[in-house]
Design a protein around this ligand. Structure first.
Ligand SMILES: [Zn+2]
Length: 407
């Protein structure tokens, strides 16, 4: 009898808790990814799992893990799914990778006859493990990647003019007085400039202030070298590539945004239409900014050099309604304070703790509702996007049928 009740209790527990993809940190998320990779190896012939170390002065166990599951019949398309380019944003990105793996790839619900998969887990493991958006060298990796070094010469004059707001050189404080000062200062700048030009100046990236936010570095971070070898090696036999890179923070709370770098490439735009259908793609208009050095554009540019059709897409889960003035200022304030606290410390220890907590909330909200919504939307839409990509012919429908000369 006792055994019977225990079995019922166990069944209810498993049902009510389910699989929790959202982890408490890098080590747990990586463990889950490795476990699922081992299952994939048992199920799919030719599957390859591995990891590469990212050099560090403080931690010898920072790895970028990867899982490659080849197409079973013909090597037409490869879907690359990456997380954690912005370290702390990997909480959600890693969770969605693990969900897609467990619920869709391992159960045969993703097309796999002519489409292969490469999962790249925690591109910035330092940032994931230590709760930072940037690398150990304080570089924003999504402003750092590239197939050449041109972007390191970019001058962002307006960022320099906003230095007083964006990189205060004194200990950080989480007091109301400091928040109000920041708010007034931000509102003054909004009075002087359009919101579009401010976003471009701040989030577009800068290469001159190593202690500032959105700093893209002066040379490539070691993460690029590690990832590049994987990308070239596993994409070799494929003709078309879809790169999906997970992020959090920007946009309407609990909403999945498609945010590619703005492009006027008609072939790419047509392929976006074929893959993402009527899902809104937010890449034009005054409120959006372009940046150099972003990961998914780099992946596409790298692989397009080999004559492949490469389609980059950044997937962002909004957290703080940054499309509103209030949300945009709050998001910026949390990023500035975290960076200020890192470089200059905080006025009181509790300020430091509060600053780190609200920074985490910006990129990894603790609300169950937010996490459920991220899962729900990813479950509905991602497999659909991948199926549409699978259905494109191997050169991309557009190239084959309509404007071949443009390819
Ligand atoms: Zn990001």
């Amino acid at each position: 009898m006792l055994r019977f009740f225990f079995a019922i209790f166990l069944a209810i527990s498993v049902q009510s808790f389910g699989t929790d993809y959202f982890s408490n940190g890098y080590t747990e998320a990586r463990y889950q990814f490795r476990d699922l990779s081992a299952q994939a190896k048992r199920q799919h012939d030719g599957t390859h799992y591995g990891f590469v170390y990212v050099p560090s002065k403080i931690d010898p166990d920072l790895t970028i893990d990867y899982l490659y599951v080849p197409a079973k019949e013909s090597t037409d398309g490869l879907v690359i799914i990456s997380s954690g380019v912005h370290g702390v944003e990997a909480y959600a990105g890693s969770a969605m990778q693990n969900m897609l793996l467990e619920e869709f790839l391992l159960t045969g619900r993703l097309p796999n006859q002519k489409t292969g998969y490469l999962f790249v887990h925690a591109v910035n493991p330092y940032g994931f493990k230590y709760g930072r958006r940037v690398s150990e060298n304080s570089v924003d990796l999504n402003r750092n990647f590239g197939i050449d070094k041109k972007h390191f010469d970019t001058k962002n004059r307006q960022f320099g003019e906003l230095k007083h707001l964006l990189m205060p050189e004194k200990p950080a404080s989480s007091s109301w007085v400091s928040h109000i000062k920041f708010l007034l200062s931000a509102l003054m700048e909004m009075g002087k400039h359009s919101i579009g030009s401010l976003k471009q100046a701040i989030a577009g990236g800068q290469y001159e202030y190593p202690k500032g936010i959105f700093y893209g570095g002066r040379d490539f971070e070691p993460n690029q070298k590690s990832v590049e070898q994987l990308l070239i090696r596993f994409s070799k036999p494929y003709k078309k590539i879809l790169s999906l890179d997970f992020h959090t923070g920007f946009g309407k709370r609990g909403f999945m945004h498609l945010l590619p770098n703005p492009t006027e490439d008609q072939v790419l735009l047509k392929n976006y239409g074929l893959i993402f259908g009527d899902y809104p793609i937010e890449q034009t208009g005054g409120d959006f900014y372009s940046s150099e050095g972003d990961f998914s554009t780099y992946v596409a540019a790298l692989l397009a050099k080999d004559g492949k059709t490469a389609i980059p897409m950044l997937i962002e889960y909004g957290t703080l309604d940054s499309q509103t003035y209030q949300g945009a200022i709050a998001s910026l304030s949390r990023m500035v304070l975290e960076n200020q606290n890192y470089w200059h410390g905080s006025r009181r220890p509790r300020d430091g703790r509060r600053i780190q907590e609200s920074f985490m909330e910006l990129f990894y909200p603790s609300a169950e509702g937010w996490r459920d919504e991220v899962e729900r939307q990813t479950r509905i839409h991602l497999p659909r996007f991948i199926e549409s990509f699978d259905a494109l012919n191997s050169e991309g429908d557009v190239c084959a049928d309509e404007i071949r000369s443009a390819c």
